[in-house]
Design a binder for this molecule. Structure first.
Ligand code: NAD
Length: 475
């Protein structure tokens, strides 16, 4: 297990002697103590990234591409080990952790293919006076700050396109899940990523770490995934240096089921959209809007499926819902559930925390929830599905859009034309039609409104890590 920090290809203890304790959320026990960095370490990491980036930017795209492809293979070859680390520090069931590694690794294969396709343009100026040449050099050094819910994938989704485009990065992993981040970085170096291109500096002091990293003159971009609240703070800080930003922020996804939906598909889709990765997912279905004619049947069937889940430590056979990340998460989830129950909701299944050790919450389905309830407004980030009845399409679209967040959304209907037109009217960056999962490295992931800025993945994802330069040429 790697517990030191990585700066300029060297594994170091970090300047903060107070190491970071990493907990297993299934039992609350400390599983490792990780080196902690100070603002000075962040500065040193940007120095190292700056130096490494100059020669990487001048490396042939084909060579960069082949290194990235090796990274894909190397991560896949270590699936069991990495999944074990994820389950140990995050808690998600082993099958979900393995799924995360497949997804995380795929960003390297996809971007290996994109590295050689950062196409430019040449065109005549309309006046005929000159030629317009447009190309896309790398931005330079990118500071990356990532969340704990996908300890590997939220890092690779940024690192792969950044490296493909010729950048270097320094990563601040969350203090809850630094072990996966450190081991991924180690494997990337084993796969051929030159020293200094990927630096990982965990810290106790995120704020001053971030200040130091972003005030360094070599830093040109910040790529953040996390809550909207923290995203707003970082955006303000980035404004001081007019840094380019990529922001993948919180969600409050509507999951709309019409009377004519295939009920098997809708319940299966709801389970996927709500429960994979123990429900701690930014695209998780947060509000179940179900048309009146099928609301009772849907609630009953979803409650049966949720009630049949096996809750427990993620590494135990047959477990389908692991622990939440910490005690504060349990408090927040339970506060929303008790608030909804007090306001008249009914628990079709669950509705309470499960005694420790560990941080477990019973998979819960709430019926008779209203739009006024706080649970319909907040990101739940836990295994709770509030069902809200609707009887009119325009109203449900208004409700779906009645949030400042617009990341994911889901529509289930037997009439695909209707589902498509409803999907087009929802202000969310991603719409699943008769599907509960949609993340794909080949598709643009990201949100509208306060769910974020920019997109990760797809052909456009790599351009987030590029500048645009125009050259006016005569010949
Ligand atoms: P968080 O915002 O609390 O923390 C994210 C990261 O920011 C962590 O590394 C944290 O240490 C760091 N951070 C916190 N304060 C900081 C500061 N002042 N300066 C610098 N860094 C700081 O989020 P979280 O609890 O780790 O993750 C859950 C949130 O992330 C949810 O809101 C979820 O929707 C969102 N998320 C979004 C996506 C997406 O792609 N849109 C993906 C995963 C998670």
């Amino acid at each position: 297990m790697q517990t030191q920090m990585l700066i300029g290809g060297k594994w170091l203890d970090g300047s903060d002697s107070n190491r970071i304790e990493v907990f297993n959320p299934a039992n609350g026990e400390v599983i490792a103590e990780v080196a902690a960095g100070t603002p000075a370490d962040a500065t040193a990491a940007v120095d190292a990234a700056d130096l490494a980036q100059r020669s990487w930017a001048a490396t042939a795209p084909r060579v960069r591409s082949e290194v990235l492809r090796n990274c894909w293979q190397t991560l896949l070859d270590h699936t069991d080990e990495l999944a074990g680390l994820i389950t140990a520090e995050h808690g998600k069931p082993t099958a979900d952790a393995k799924g995360e590694i497949a997804y995380a690794a795929e960003f390297f294969r996809w971007n290996a293919e994109e590295a050689v396709r950062i196409d430019g343009v040449i065109k005549p100026a309309p006046s005929g006076a000159h030629k317009i040449l447009i190309h896309h050099p790398p931005v330079g050094v990118v500071v990356m700050v990532t969340p704990w819910n996908f300890p590997a994938a939220m890092i690779t989704r940024k690192v792969a396109p950044a490296l493909a485009a010729g950048n270097a990065c320094i990563i601040k992993p969350p203090k809850e899940t630094p072990l996966t981040a450190l081991r991924v970085a180690e494997l990337l170096e084993e796969a051929g990523v030159p020293a200094g291109l990927v630096n990982v500096v965990p810290t106790h002091s995120s704020g001053s770490w971030f200040e130091a990293a972003t005030e360094h003159r070599a830093t040109r971009m910040v790529s953040f995934t996390g809550s909207t609240e923290v995203g707003r703070i970082l955006l303000k800080r980035c404004a001081d240096r007019v840094l380019k930003t990529g922001m993948e922020l919180g969600g409050n996804a509507p999951f709309i089921v019409f009377n004519d939906a295939d009920m098997d598909l809708a319940v299966e889709g709801a389970m996927t959209a709500k429960m994979r990765h123990s429900a701690e997912v930014c695209t998780a279905a947060n509000r179940m809007f179900v048309e009146a004619g099928v609301a009772d049947e849907f609630t009953e069937r979803l409650a049966a499926a949720m009630g049949a889940m096996k809750v427990g430590p993620g590494n135990e056979e047959g477990v389908t819902c692991g622990p939440m990340i910490n005690a504060a998460a349990i408090e927040s989830i339970d506060g929303l559930v008790q608030g909804a129950l007090a306001a008249g909701a009914t628990a079709a299944v669950g509705g309470a925390r499960i005694d420790g050790p560990g941080f477990f919450y019973a998979p819960t389905v709430l019926g008779d929830v209203t739009m006024e309830s706080p649970i319909a407004k907040e990101e739940i980030f836990g295994p709770v599905a509030p069902v809200i009845k609707f009887s009119d399409t325009d109203t449900v679209i208004d409700w779906a859009n009645d949030t400042e967040l617009g990341l994911a959304s889901y529509v289930f209907s037997g009439d695909v034309a209707r589902a498509m037109s409803v999907g087009e009217r929802i202000h969310a960056g991603m719409v699943g039609i008769n599907r509960g999962a949609m993340s794909d490295p080949a598709a643009p992931f990201g949100g509208m409104k306060q769910s974020g800025l920019g997109r990760e993945g797809a052909h456009e994802g790599i351009f987030e890590f590029c500048e645009t330069q125009y050259i006016a040429a005569n010949w």
